[in-house]
Design a protein around this ligand. Structure first.
Ligand code: PLP
Ligand code: ZN
Length: 400
């Protein structure tokens, strides 16, 4: 693993030491990126160096912080070739510990929290980040304080409790949970591992970018579709591509990055359509895809910049389109996706219909989580709109 050279503010470029825990830039609140001496690594760290390494995100150890990993086996998830679309791949993040890609970010954040000697962590979460934080905190022997919306999917609450975390349910959204953490953290001595308020969740999530390149044999896809709430997956992958260029693994080319959100909470799509460089808080956010119910992303300026630089696009899909895509993936691909992940298929369908993509374009769709985390949510949707292949008879759901 690499010694960190410094932390760098994404707004003003100020450099900070990684010798002690940092949050955001003290001058302007900018997100901090971890920087390594990549030119030193370039000579010995190549794509071919990865052969035979353990199938987890820690196989990219050279570009991850220098600390003893707190690992539950996260990362190196399958890159499935779609059975339906010959040039499409499904990156199935549902196979991570705690059933979502959030495992990567929290594995890295908790690894560093432990290395810094922190004892108590707090996190506001739409659900899956809370589960991951609780699991990794348990593995590290740290205390976890999880703040989630009252109507969070049941699995997230039950998981967090099972991992021994302190769970507080808030009658509101993730933004209200964030306020609750901010109000109490100083008094309680909690370290805040909110999305982008500490530098290491991005480091964990960037490994998805490394995996895309490694699993596609060193090539980049034409595009990546990413279900976006706080946007850390997208931000992390973009950082990974820049690092891989510095390492000499790829050239200056980049995939077109595509943000998908729900029409019930689409602040990034709105800002993108209005050519803005930051977003406004979305009012009355509501969607079946709990992880996309983020009214305002802290790193919105980074997400919008990535969309511009990659010649990407932001699209919104309805909850009905999400649920239809979820059932379709189940039937056609054998993939039981989280609603957030299914949104990627809904976006792909839309972008094929508009001609943004052709059948020849290679596109990676991120299924960010497992449908098993959403049994209550999916079952409720099914009762209001029965899926093809089953029907309601006097309250009984059965096959045709
Ligand atoms: C399954 C799933 N997909 C996507 C997201 C959105 O992720 P991000 O906040 O990194 O954009 C979340 C966030 O909770 C999630 O749980
Ligand atoms: Zn700054």
């Amino acid at each position: 693993m690499a010694p960190i050279a410094y932390l760098e503010c994404t707004r003003c470029g100020q450099r900070l030491s990684a010798d002690r825990p940092q949050t955001v830039c003290p001058k302007d609140g900018g997100v901090l990126y971890v920087r390594y001496n990549l030119s030193d690594l370039k000579k010995n760290f190549k794509l071919t160096s990865l052969a035979g390494r353990a199938p987890s995100m820690w196989r990219y150890a050279e570009v991850l912080p220098d600390a003893e990993p707190v690992s539950l086996g996260e990362g190196f998830t399958p890159m499935l070739a779609s059975r339906e679309f010959p040039k499409v791949y499904i990156k199935d993040e549902g196979l991570n510990p705690t059933g979502s890609f959030k495992a990567r970010g929290l594995a890295a954040a908790v690894t560093m929290a432990k290395a810094y000697g922190l004892r108590k962590l707090a996190i506001p979460s739409a659900g899956n980040a809370g589960s991951a934080c609780a699991a990794y905190a348990a593995a590290a022997g740290l205390e976890a304080h999880i703040f989630m919306p009252l109507d969070v999917p049941q699995a997230n609450r039950v998981e967090c409790e099972t991992y021994g975390a302190h769970v507080t349910l808030i009658d509101g959204l993730i933004s209200d949970c964030a306020r609750a953490v901010a109000d109490r953290k100083e008094k309680e001595g909690w370290f805040d591992v909110s999305t982008l308020k500490e530098p290491f969740r991005v480091e964990g999530k960037k490994t998805m970018g490394y995996e895309v390149v490694e699993q596609l044999g060193g090539r980049l896809p034409k595009a990546i579709i990413y279900p976006t709430g706080g946007g850390v997956g997208l931000i992390g992958m973009w950082k990974a591509f820049a690092e891989m260029e510095e390492l000499g693994w790829i050239g200056a080319e980049r995939p077109r990055m595509v943000v998908v959100q729900s029409t019930g909470c689409a602040p990034i799509v709105k800002a993108w359509n209005e050519h803005k460089s930051s977003s406004e808080a979305w009012r009355e956010a509501a969607t079946v895809a709990a992880g996309l119910r983020v009214p305002k992303a802290y790193g919105d300026y980074l997400i919008l910049d990535i969309l511009r630089k990659s010649d990407g696009i932001a699209v919104a899909v309805t909850d009905d389109e999400i649920m239809d895509a979820l059932r379709h993936w189940g039937r056609v691909e054998g993939v039981f996706a989280a609603p957030e992940g299914a949104a990627a298929l809904a976006a792909y369908r839309k972008l094929r219909a508009t001609g943004f993509f052709s059948a020849q374009d290679s596109v990676v769709l991120f299924n960010t989580g497992s449908g098993l985390k959403y049994l209550d949510v999916i079952d409720k949707q099914k009762q209001s709109a029965p899926a093809q292949g089953s029907r309601h008879i006097a309250g009984i759901i059965g096959p045709y």
